[in-house]
Design a protein around this ligand. Structure first.
Ligand SMILES: [Ca+2]
Ligand SMILES: [Ca+2]
Length: 431
């Protein structure tokens, strides 16, 4: 389906002079046509992903470097863009340029259409007869174009719309402190699709790294299906990866259907106090007050907690200095476990629960309190922690028994480096 070649010189020639004179003139100028051998492999396609006439091949040659455009004009003269002034090198001795075309052009809206909450970036042409135009423009402004006719029939013009794309909460703190550690993205896709990607991109443009977000396995709709799709975002911190730097991000959702129609929606997410918390008992060292205590006497310990990360470490009471009776524990003191909190704990072999005695990782002199009342050991800070256990009875069979310290990240982990730290072989003297 070769198109008709149109050279500006023809404007000055009577068509009746014909191609012969034109060719002689061109030869006389010593100049080849800029654009040649333009063809569309089909003059009718049915873009509906049924495998029949879904795609054609466009070919062309360029004698010299030029910007190349390919577009379509409908019967009312509206223009639909496939390629817009893209720089191309001369074809030279190589095969002609060739590109697949499946009816997809840059996004456009039909009269009366008004999309809310999403943008169409690539869209299939509606059924109809179009004039195709392949157009090349050199740096000096010289332009040549070749035109032809293409019919679009049976096009699947249903768009994969993105409805109600939401991000919540709008500010989150991916740092495993149990507060706003996760963000949830929801989007409803109105049509089966081949790809749905969600990623974060720095809103201020300071970098162009895309941070991809995986779809939640518990999404109500399966991947590729029409329906509600959910994304559970924790910024990789649960896997020990550093999250994207603190700042405001645009969250992009992009869906593409089988024809290649693409729709995008955006929202905003701010990352605050992000980071992987790392805290240790300094040098793995605990100072014990004794290796032997009389019944009703107190065993004291002193150690230093180091926050060796750029993220604040959340903690909770009771404060250092608190003395437990051996038959008490953190819960009986009203200081129950809170997910994401770091506490120093002491455990003895005879204890019935794991680390029954626990303390905050610092006192008011070093901890900071946020607007919600949560308390934190700031980044790269050390704090001395002391505490005591008064042995009111000898529980269990072992005496002496090992006791040790730990740094517990509650409901998350006790890393091996922070477990069973610096044991003491403790004897309780019973009269
Ligand atoms: Ca088809
Ligand atoms: Ca958090």
């Amino acid at each position: 389906m070769s198109g008709q070649h149109v050279h500006p010189l023809t404007r000055f020639l009577l068509p009746a002079l014909g191609a012969l004179i034109l060719a002689l003139l061109l030869a006389g100028c010593g100049e080849q046509p800029l654009l040649s051998d333009v063809s569309f492999s089909k003059d009718r396609i049915t873009p509906n992903a049924d495998g029949q006439d879904d795609v054609l091949v466009i070919r062309y040659r360029l004698a010299r470097a030029a910007n190349l455009s390919i577009y379509f004009l409908d019967e009312a003269g509206n223009r639909y863009v496939f390629r817009d002034r893209q720089p191309r090198a001369p074809t030279g001795e190589r095969e002609p340029y060739s590109v697949y075309f499946s009816g997809i052009v840059d996004g456009y809206t039909l009269p009366g259409e008004n999309f809310e909450g999403f943008t169409v970036t690539h869209r299939v042409l509606q059924d109809g007869v179009y004039t195709w135009v392949v157009e090349a423009t050199e740096a000096n402004g010289h332009t040549e174009r070749v035109t032809g006719t293409l019919t679009i029939a049976d096009a699947d013009t249903t768009l994969p719309e993105l409805r109600n794309f939401t991000v919540s909460p709008p500010v989150f703190t991916p740092n495993r402190d149990g507060i706003s550690d996760r963000a949830r993205f929801n989007v409803f896709v109105t049509k089966p699709y081949v790809s749905l990607v969600v990623y974060l991109l720095r809103a201020d443009g300071t970098d162009d790294v895309r941070y991809h977000v995986a779809e939640d396995e518990r999404s109500p709709a399966r991947p590729g299906e029409r329906g509600l799709h959910t994304f559970d975002y924790y910024a990789g911190v649960d896997l020990g990866a550093e999250p994207p730097p603190d700042g405001t991000y645009t969250v992009w959702a992009e869906v593409q259907d089988a024809m290649g129609q693409r729709v995008v929606a955006t929202s905003t997410l701010t990352i605050k106090n992000g980071g992987v918390p790392r805290a240790y008992i300094l040098n793995g060292e605990v100072e014990w007050s004794a290796q032997s205590v009389a019944l009703r006497e107190t065993l004291w310990f002193t150690l230093t907690v180091e926050n060796d990360s750029a993220t604040p470490i959340r903690t909770s009471g009771p404060p250092p200095g608190t003395v437990y009776d051996s038959d008490q524990n953190y819960a009986t003191l009203g200081e129950t476990i809170q997910s994401g909190v770091f506490r120093v704990g002491i455990h003895c072999e005879n204890a019935l629960i794991n680390y029954p005695w626990r303390w905050a990782v610092g006192d008011e002199s070093v901890l900071v309190r946020d607007e919600e009342g949560y308390i934190y050991l700031p980044p790269f800070t050390r704090a001395v922690v002391t505490g005591g256990i008064r042995f009111v009875s000898v529980e269990g069979k072992r005496n002496p028994q090992y006791c040790w310290a730990g740094l517990i990240h509650e409901d998350v982990e006790i890393s091996s480096v922070n477990d069973r730290v610096d044991p003491v072989f403790l004897f309780i003297q019973v009269p």
